[in-house]
Design a protein around this ligand. Structure first.
Ligand SMILES: *[C@@H]1O[C@H](CO)[C@@H](O)[C@H](O)[C@H]1NC(C)=O
Ligand SMILES: *[C@@H]1O[C@H](CO)[C@@H](O)[C@H](O)[C@H]1NC(C)=O
Ligand SMILES: *[C@@H]1O[C@H](CO)[C@@H](O)[C@H](O)[C@H]1NC(C)=O
Ligand SMILES: *[C@@H]1O[C@H](CO)[C@@H](O)[C@H](O)[C@H]1NC(C)=O
Length: 351
């Protein structure tokens, strides 16, 4: 093993050191990294201590603070203040009873990358709550949010692409807000909410969007316009979904994965629904009400590789060469080979 490999091993395998003196009720673990343990990071676990734990003083080199399961109700600046907070990278506030966060609660946490606020009772998000952090990962799932302005996620630097989880709230509206620049979100989870139509997310550089389990009954032509960078779109488990209008996905030239599974009330799709999906590789129609697709559907889908269908029918695009004696020799033909658990199924039955 070369020297550089050894350096790599030393860098990635942190050595868990002894616990050091710590705030009462909490546990501090020091991990040393680098050659000759040249730097160390402290993980402070103050979970299950109780609401009296805050404000907790933490060692200066704390990178991860776990404040989960403490029955906290309010998070403001004074709860998260003191030496050590300025350089905090991960903060876990999940499983509390937080109803409110103040707009400035996280403003001193300039290096915060990951914030877990899931499983709380949050009803509103103040505007620009996360403006001064460089968050990459924000979990707001399982709260009581009814309305969200996407501007709440805009940051000052807009440096890091952000992953936001808003699943399992009570969202009836998601507003784009045009007063601030669109947030730099690449992955947005909106599953398990009360959205009745596709929200307007124009200008947000999304690559992944999940709208599963929302009471959306139809998808309209311009519903995904302005989301050109989208690669993976999930529209699954929608009991109410009955219609997808032709050209609904026209503005998604880079979409690779489209999940329409478990949509029992979606009974048919016209060939034009798939218009413009030049990069689509995977289409999931497992357990949907769609029994067949029009014959020329595949013509609109030049990159298609896998279609999953009906009751566990999987189709793979395969190139078949037949040796007709044409001047040019072989004839290459793309066909869809489908099979279920018991064996081959004719593609003609599904297309
Ligand atoms: C922060 O919240 C605590 C607990 O509700 C409260 O006692 C304190 O006054 C608040 N501080 C500020 C600056 O609002
Ligand atoms: C936060 O703590 C909860 C409860 O211990 C845990 O399930 C969750 O994975 C933690 N979140 C992160 C981002 O580490
Ligand atoms: C999507 O279509 C619905 C009509 O079903 C409309 O109310 C909604 O505003 C549209 N959303 C976007 C983002 O265009
Ligand atoms: C698989 O497909 C064949 C032919 O279409 C059909 O007879 C059989 O019942 C299917 N098996 C299952 C498990 O769905």
């Amino acid at each position: 093993m070369g020297l550089s490999n050894w350096l790599c091993v030393l860098m990635v395998t942190g050595i868990v050191g002894a616990s050091k003196s710590c705030f009462p009720g909490c546990r501090c673990d020091v991990e040393s990294y680098g050659l000759f343990d040249s730097f160390s990071l402290t993980k402070v676990d103050c979970s299950n201590v109780g609401a009296h734990v805050v404000p907790v003083s933490i060692p200066l080199d704390t990178s991860y603070l776990d404040l989960s399961s403490n029955k906290l109700e309010v998070v403001n600046e004074s709860v998260l203040s003191g030496p050590g907070y300025t350089t905090l990278v991960n903060l876990n506030l999940s499983y509390n009873q937080i109803v409110r966060i103040s707009a400035t609660a996280f403003s001193k946490l300039r290096y915060l990358e990951s914030l877990d606020l899931s499983h709380n009772h949050l009803e509103v998000l103040p505007p620009q709550s996360f403006f001064y952090s460089r968050l990459a990962d924000l979990d707001l799932s399982d709260n009581h949010l009814v309305e969200v302005h996407m501007g709440a996620f805009t940051s000052k630097s807009q440096g890091k692409a952000l992953e936001v989880d808003l699943s399992n709230n009570r969202l009836v509206s998601v507003l784009r807000g045009s007063d601030v620049p669109p947030p730099n979100i690449w992955s947005l989870m909106l599953s398990g909410n009360e959205l009745k139509s596709v929200p307007d997310l124009q200008g947000i550089p999304l690559r992944y969007l999940n709208l599963d389990s929302n009471p959306i009954s139809n998808i309209q032509e311009d519903n995904f316009s302005g989301l050109k960078g989208l690669i993976h779109l999930s529209l699954s488990d929608m009991q109410h979904l009955q219609e997808i209008a032709p050209r609904s996905f026209e503005d998604l030239p880079f979409l690779q994965i489209l999940d329409l599974s478990n949509n029992y009330n979606l009974k048919s799709l016209s060939a034009e629904v798939f218009y413009g999906l030049n990069s689509l590789q995977e289409l999931n129609l497992l357990h949907s009400g769609v029994a067949s697709l029009p014959k020329d559907t595949l013509h609109n889908l030049p990159s298609m590789k896998i279609v999953t269908w009906g009751q566990n029918i999987h189709c793979l695009k395969t190139i078949k060469e037949s040796q007709f004696h044409l001047k040019n020799g072989h004839v290459r033909k793309e066909v869809l080979l489908c099979h279920n658990k018991t064996g081959a199924v004719s593609a003609q039955d599904v297309l």
